[in-house]
Design a protein around this ligand. Structure first.
Ligand code: ACO
Length: 403
């Protein structure tokens, strides 16, 4: 890349780059992406190897601390997280107040934001011990909140975490367990969940991560910064895409639309529709995460004995796209979201929860990026410039003179 250093006010020069297509806002040591080659690495480790061998908390440690943990470090880190999954009883009651039809992303964002009111002993961005504590609290409590957001929508009672379980087993039990019966998550489902969360754990300066960094650059606390990230992730052009893929597949299935006809509509940009789960700002090749997700889909559906025609439909759409000039020329390939929804459905999650799962996955990346920003001596408050295109100066008009 070209480095020209900070522009000085006196030069009067401002770069205009909508969507930051060519503007780097930071240097970073966390995640490497080569969009043309379809490469993704966290702290130098290929995503394929991490997804195969690691757990979610191991990858969280790697992203946040920069190195893979030793056995002792991981045990200590996991214990720190796993014993903090409970929410303060008054905090828990917040969840009784949300309407049943509230979107779980909105509930999660409100919950994370409220952490600043309950955990005031870990708000100082420049106190390393407080940041460590707030990071552990987020990793521990966000899955609990996500499960509660789900249970509100179902009209089910909220369960207490069982801290003898691992973080992910606990999350699945809090989500799907009933008070009257012991719920034990299928180990294959636990493993698939760990892998999906790992695949979502960081993706350098995407929209939500940039939001976290920007809010943090004003020295807002970590909880508040992460809640901004959750807000950004809720949009259908970002994290909401996994739910949008499922809605698209439902539409094609339920209305009996021929996949070829649907693809023609996409190509003709009829009603502005896009093939959801396809295309990426950075990947101009097959998203390496999508390949792994596809194989997880095969494993989970087979294990759970689910025969979902939407998987075949999705594969058909992909096959058409890979052989069609429109998609080939524009370098549009499946992104991480194209197949995730089918797995989440098979596991029992309603569509509304898909983006919440993405948020749990992305949390370690948000924390790592926020910490990197706080410690970077080059960090300044994020404050983009603009090119003003409004009226030149004009005199105030009295009410009677306005038309
Ligand atoms: N379906 C059909 N056409 C598409 C698609 C798509 N999914 N994505 C891009 N295109 C076309 C555009 O119409 C445009 O064509 P044109 O030049 O003829 O107008 C061309 O490809 C370039 O598109 P841009 O919008 O300029 O590409 P950009 O990099 O800004 O967009 C984005 C990336 C937002 C991800 C886009 O591909 C998209 O909307 N995809 C569907 C939504 C989605 O899956 N989002 C998830 C992103 S990944 C994530 O957040 C985890």
């Amino acid at each position: 890349g070209i480095g020209i250093g900070p522009l000085r006010k006196e030069t009067g020069a401002v770069t205009y780059d909508p969507g930051f297509m060519n503007t780097a806002n930071t240097t970073s040591e966390i995640t490497y992406i080569d969009g043309d080659e379809g490469i993704l690495r966290y702290r130098g480790y290929p995503i394929e190897q991490l997804a195969e061998h690691s757990t979610y908390l191991e990858v969280a440690y790697l992203l946040i601390h920069g190195e893979l943990p030793t056995r002792g470090q991981l045990d200590n880190f996991s214990a720190q997280v796993e014993r903090r999954t409970l929410l303060d009883e008054r905090f828990r009651r917040l969840f009784d107040g949300y309407p049943r039809d509230a979107h779980p992303m909105a509930v999660l964002q409100a919950g994370v934001s409220a952490l600043s009111t309950f955990y005031q002993d870990s708000l100082d961005p420049f106190d390393e011990e407080q940041v460590r504590l707030s990071s552990v609290r987020l990793l521990a409590k966000m899955p609990t909140m996500a499960a509660y957001a789900h249970r509100i929508a179902q009209g089910h009672a909220l369960l207490y975490p069982d801290n003898r379980l691992s973080l992910i087993e606990n999350f699945l039990r809090l989500t799907f367990g009933f008070p009257v019966e012991e719920y034990i998550a299928d180990p294959a489902v636990v493993r698939a969940m760990e892998q999906l969360l790992i695949l979502h754990a960081d993706h350098e300066q995407n929209c939500s991560t940039s939001a976290v960094r920007l809010v943090g650059s004003a020295q807002a606390n970590l909880f508040t910064s992460i809640s901004a990230g959750i807000g950004a992730l809720s949009g259908p052009a970002h994290g909401g895409a996994n739910a949008a893929v499922m809605e698209m597949l439902n539409l094609i299935r339920d209305e009996g639309i021929d996949p070829r006809d649907y693809m023609e509509k996409v190509k003709n940009k009829e009603d502005g529709i896009r093939l959801m789960g396809f295309g990426h700002r950075v990947y101009k090749n097959y998203d390496p995460r999508a390949r792994i997700v596809k194989s997880i889909a095969d494993t989970v559906l087979e294990r759970l004995g689910v025969n979902d025609e939407r998987l075949e439909l999705a594969m058909k759409l992909e096959e058409i796209a890979l052989n069609d000039d429109y998609f080939v020329e524009r370098k549009l390939y499946p992104n991480v979201d194209f197949y995730t929804g089918i797995i989440y459905k098979a596991m029992g999650f309603p569509t509304q929860m898909f983006t919440v799962l993405f948020a749990i996955g992305r949390l370690p990346g948000w924390i790592a990026q926020w910490q990197e920003m706080i410690h970077d001596p080059d960090t300044k408050i994020g404050r983009p410039r603009q090119i003003y295109t409004g009226h030149p100066e004009r005199p105030y008009q009295a009410m009677e003179e306005r038309t």
